[in-house]
Design a binder for this molecule. Structure first.
Ligand code: GLY
Length: 360
């Protein structure tokens, strides 16, 4: 069954943006699962529209999203682990310069790269995150090392870099992450900021979080054949970030959450607003309570409405972005308030699909 909702919602005081959301329901009416495994990914949301993307770039992005799904599917279809599938999918996107994670990350105000990542497993609610790291080639591997090999959930900065080296993760020079389009984006950002208010906090907040921004954070959520859910997120953050700014991506409960009782979710967007709402945990908690109160799995429509409501709540504060999610009952979906979101889904019950624009 496929449920598609589209509409208009009021964002903040005056802005009205189209909302696109799609839910795939692979659960049987009695709540038994039809999908043995499922996978959903994103490569960021934002001002992504047909007039801004060439046909070649459109095809390139779709091919990379498909490759990320293939990498996760290869693990899940063999009965592999959800966290392994999440990491495999995210690494494909981290290694591709089109996305704001790993190679292709945005630059900080100081013209450096500062990377954030997180992963969570739904069976144990064990989690690991890294914030503000500078040399790990694939930051999602560092998040997993924090989860599996340390007593902690979140490591940051120089300490996280040292832990990464100790764990034997591949280290690269900062130049590895650099791409010409991100260098140009920082130059343009600095010009705007300097013209606006010589870097005043107010002007920076308005521009850095403005709706014209393109968020390229990547993420994935997976449900494996054992019924375990995992979710992960990786990002370079926001162009021109400074003062050690950290967004939602490494914050468990904001950018990432996984709980076998309810959902796996990864977010992309203006991280400050996702932190303030606690988007990832808010969504999972609402889904869990819906299931507990009715003593049955919520319908795909209920889950999708919940996703839309959480995005609307974040948008009402002035933020913008999107989420991908899946549930233990086989539902897979997206919700976003931006013109587009790079995204894809696959499961044992359906052929894989990828999409970019809000009207797909
Ligand atoms: N959502 C990514 C960030 O705000 O850093």
């Amino acid at each position: 069954m496929r449920a598609l909702t589209k509409g208009i919602m009021l964002l903040g005081a005056s802005a009205i943006l189209p909302v696109a959301a799609v839910a795939e329901d692979h659960s049987a009416p009695n709540g038994e699962k039809e999908a043995n495994w499922s996978l959903v990914i994103h490569g960021g949301a934002g001002t992504i529209s047909r007039d801004k993307i060439t046909a070649e770039k459109d095809a390139e992005i779709r091919a990379k999203l498909t490759q990320a799904l293939d990498a996760g599917e290869a693990i899940l279809a063999e009965g592999g682990d959800a966290a392994d599938a999440v990491i495999a999918a995210i690494m494909v996107l981290e290694d591709d310069p089109n996305f704001n994670a790993g190679k292709g990350a945005v630059l900080t105000w100081e013209e450096t790269f500062s990377l954030d990542s997180s992963i969570m497993e739904g069976a144990t609610r064990n989690a690991g995150s890294a914030a503000g790291v500078s040399a790990t080639k694939n930051p999602i591997l560092l998040a997993r090392a924090v989860m599996d090999k340390s007593r902690h959930v979140l490591l940051s900065g120089a300490g996280a870099d040292a832990f990464s080296q100790e764990q034997g993760l591949e280290q690269v020079e900062q130049d590895y992450f650099a791409t010409p389009h991100r260098v140009k984006a920082l130059e343009a950002f600095k010009l705007r900021m300097n013209a606006a208010a010589k870097g005043s906090a107010k002007a920076m907040g308005q521009d850095a979080l403005g709706r014209d921004w393109r968020f390229g954070t990547v993420g994935a959520a997976a449900l494996d054949e054992s019924g375990n859910i995992a979710a992960g997120t990786s990002t370079g953050g926001m162009t021109g970030k400074r003062w050690g700014r950290i967004g939602d991506s490494p914050i468990i409960g904001a950018g990432t959450y996984a709980d076998n009782r309810s959902c796996g979710i990864s977010a992309t967007g203006a991280g400050e607003y996702f932190i303030r709402v606690g988007v990832a945990q808010e969504f999972c908690t609402r889904v869990r309570i819906a299931a507990e109160v009715s003593e049955s799995p919520p319908s795909a429509e209920t889950v999708q409405k919940t996703a839309d409501a959480v995005i609307a709540e974040m948008g009402a504060l002035g933020g913008s972005g999107g989420i991908i999610y899946l549930t233990p009952w086989g539902q897979i979906g997206y919700a976003f308030d931006t013109p587009g979101m790079y995204r894809g889904m696959a499961s044992s019950a359906q052929p894989k699909s990828v999409a970019i624009y809000g009207d797909e």
